[in-house]
Design a protein around this ligand. Structure first.
Ligand SMILES: [Zn+2]
Length: 461
């Protein structure tokens, strides 16, 4: 645009100063006019590495028109951006990817397009799409690089219910948000995605230390995972429970405390519920499901929801949620003694009882302080574990033999298998029992621990 105008003006033999003056006048006279309005400048590059995918997000000054090519010998991905410019220093970019070796750019002398070349470490399957501005994130060009045999790898990686020991209660723990979607921002700037992952990891660890229970994480690092993928993981793995962890913000910073949510197909039961529901269900706009996937998403879920009977699943979810609330109420403020209801997409999973635990509001200074603290996170995860225990102790899922779990729980014999690095004080802290009780119950004469040995945890429930 700038080029055309200058050529045009040149024919009227204007000198550079006059031209600049005219351009300036045009800019001043047209409010909101931006000389680079049509240029698509790359103003930032971010990398998100997940177990099977590298996502590269280019922050753009405007919605870009681009073409994607995959080239071989050597493997590389080429993106041509019309009217593009590079406004970042590539030497200062940390490439967090198992697939990309280097990024460089050039400009096509013929078309004037900006060419971005990603030199790859191996063959990949690329996919690109653009995302419109959402909340405080602007235009983006997203490039997803997947393993060519992604499906094979993913299938192999799936733990099927049949692989588990018969008595294992299998829980998929879902750390809310991640990658492009940071979730809520705390009173002092904590990110929800970081807090949820930390709590989810602690909860998985403590569940995996229980006899008769097993947990896996839906998201294992800082990357984006669509809501539907999260529910799919739980379904495909045959989970007995899907538990999504969140720590949202609310417009009123005085609001604090935890709450446990179950699915409602009629929408939210309260103002807080409506607020959370809208924010949570927005995550795919932030995190970047491409428009095609998003279009197919809601009706599919809605259809499944209608067709398959969800009543049973919701009833179970309600019951588990109630048990968890009872435990949380012993250690912190809870909003409501009953489970709350909202139309969270991540809970729309007819086959698997699904609950969402709001561990607190990070918009509240006290809640944020607690949620950042490792010892509070441990207390919290122990309470959630107790709630899950309490439920499954009296409700055995089909085909699951609860003998081991229920007898252990009833007699207070939760055990902990000692792993390298464990100390008696850390174990005591983890289960919320005193060291002297641990010593007494296990007849320990010293605090030296033998790796592999099981300790009985006294009266945990
Ligand atoms: Zn959230």
């Amino acid at each position: 645009m700038l080029l055309k105008l200058s050529v045009h003006c040149y024919q009227f033999t204007l000198n550079i100063k006059q031209l600049a003056l005219i351009m300036l006048t045009v800019i001043v006279l047209l409010p909101g006019f931006n000389v680079h309005a049509s240029a698509s400048n790359i103003i930032g590059i971010r990398f998100w590495q997940s177990p099977d995918k590298t996502r590269v997000v280019f922050d753009m000054s405007a919605s870009p028109t681009h073409q994607l090519q995959l080239l071989k010998n050597p493997h590389r991905v080429v993106i041509d951006i019309e009217d593009g410019r590079l406004d970042v220093d590539l030497t200062k970019i940390n490439i967090n990817s198992t697939m990309i070796d280097r990024i460089r750019t050039s400009r096509s002398s013929e078309s004037g397009k900006l060419r971005v070349v990603l030199d790859l470490k191996r063959a990949v399957v690329p996919k690109s799409f653009t995302l419109n501005p959402v909340q405080n994130i602007g235009n983006r060009l997203v490039l997803d690089l997947k393993e060519p045999q992604e499906k094979v790898v993913a299938e192999k990686g799936i733990t099927r219910a049949t692989d588990l020991k018969k008595h294992d209660i299998f829980v998929v723990i879902d750390a809310g948000h991640g990658g492009e979607d940071p979730g809520a921002s705390g009173y002092r700037g904590s990110k929800e995605k970081t807090i949820t992952l930390s709590i989810a990891q602690k909860l998985a660890k403590v569940i995996n230390q229980q006899q008769g229970m097993k947990a896996e994480l839906s998201r294992t690092g800082d990357y984006y995972l669509s809501l539907i993928k999260r529910t799919e993981i739980a379904r495909k793995k045959g989970a007995d429970l899907f538990l999504s962890i969140h720590a949202d913000a609310f417009k009123n910073r005085k609001v604090r405390g935890s709450s446990v949510w179950v699915l409602s197909d009629k929408g939210a039961d309260s103002e807080v519920g409506l607020w959370l529901e809208q924010r949570e269900n927005n995550t795919d706009l932030l995190g970047g499901v491409d428009s095609v996937a998003l279009k197919n998403y809601e009706p599919d879920v809605a259809e499944v929801l209608l067709k398959i009977q969800t009543e049973r699943s919701v009833r179970l979810s309600h019951s588990i949620a109630k048990n968890i609330i009872d435990e949380l109420g012993k250690i912190m403020v809870v909003h409501n003694k009953k489970p709350r209801k909202a139309g969270f997409v991540v809970l729309k999973n007819p086959a698997v009882p699904s609950i969402l635990v709001e561990t607190g509001f990070i918009s509240n200074a006290s809640d944020e302080k607690n949620l950042r603290s490792s010892s509070f996170q441990k207390k919290l995860t122990n309470s959630i574990l107790k709630g899950i225990h309490a439920y499954f102790r009296s409700n055995t899922p089909n085909g699951v033999k609860m003998a081991s779990l229920s007898s252990n729980v009833k007699s207070g014999k939760t055990t902990h298998q000692i792993v390298r690095g464990d100390t008696l004080s850390a174990i005591a802290n983890q289960y919320g029992v005193s060291m002297s009780r641990l010593r007494r119950t296990n007849g320990l004469k010293s605090d030296k621990l033998l790796v592999g040995k099981r300790l009985v945890i006294p009266s945990q429930i």
